[in-house]
Design a protein around this ligand. Structure first.
Ligand code: DX5
Ligand code: ZN
Length: 216
């Protein structure tokens, strides 16, 4: 079963708890985008807001760090209640160490790759991560268009995953809509992140259920 992770980046932050309640019954994970204005041009939220979200929902939090020096903030996001903590390979010169730090803190470690970053960046630690996040847009903003070449990358990662004993989730993030979610799942994604397609819809829960139908 493919999992669906609504991304709160496209929710109305003024009524965030209500927005989360709308998708809570069907969401497998809640995707939370942390941006620092350096690694990506945008600025979003930090551990305080993640903690506030954690208090309001039982859905596991899938925290996507788009920040430089993410190793400095592992403790803060673990304390805040992250279930998964994902760092970008592009900003981790000692990626193996950073992944170990997350695991030692007792939560699931993920590694994210920008569209143009090769799968080689993660190949040697594939058996040590719970999740590989393939960006299908350049990170920073919701509502961008899915980059088609990422489909091949998903397929390639799915092939490599088959050979592993412990199989990391393949999460795909960016530009996923009702119209293309089936193709992304068929390529091998096991978690679909969707922001604008869910929270930008007049009825977020209905949009999420529609997506689920497409990939069932
Ligand atoms: C973008 C974020 C995504 C974003 C996806 O940098 O990582 O999680 O919320 O938004 P959509 O689904 O609208 O492309
Ligand atoms: Zn994200």
């Amino acid at each position: 079963m493919v999992k669906i992770a609504p991304s709160v980046l496209s929710a109305d932050f003024g009524i965030l708890a209500e927005e989360i309640a709308r998708v809570e019954p069907g969401a497998d994970l809640l995707h939370v985008d942390v941006m620092d204005g350096h690694f990506v041009p945008n600025l979003t939220i930090g551990p305080l807001v993640v903690e506030a979200i954690h208090k309001r929902t039982r859905v596991p939090l899938d925290v996507h760090l788009m920040i430089q020096n993410p190793e400095r903030y592992i403790g803060a996001f673990v304390q805040a209640g992250a279930a998964y903590l994902t760092v970008h390979a592009e900003v981790c010169p000692h990626l193996h160490r950073t992944v170990q730090q997350i695991r030692e803190a007792g939560i699931k470690a993920g590694v994210a790759l920008n569209p143009s970053t090769s799968l080689h960046a993660v190949e040697h630690i594939l058996d040590q991560v719970a999740l590989v996040l393939l960006m299908s847009v350049n990170p920073g903003f919701g509502g961008q268009t899915f980059i088609p070449f990422v489909l091949k990358k998903i397929e390639e990662l799915a092939r490599r995953r088959e050979r592993l004993e412990s199989k990391p989730e393949i999460e795909v993030d960016g530009g996923i809509k009702i119209e293309n979610c089936r193709a992304v799942a068929q390529a091998g994604a096991t978690i679909l992140v969707a922001g604008s397609a869910i929270f930008g819809a007049p009825d977020p829960r209905a949009a999420m259920l529609k997506m689920r139908e497409q990939v069932a």
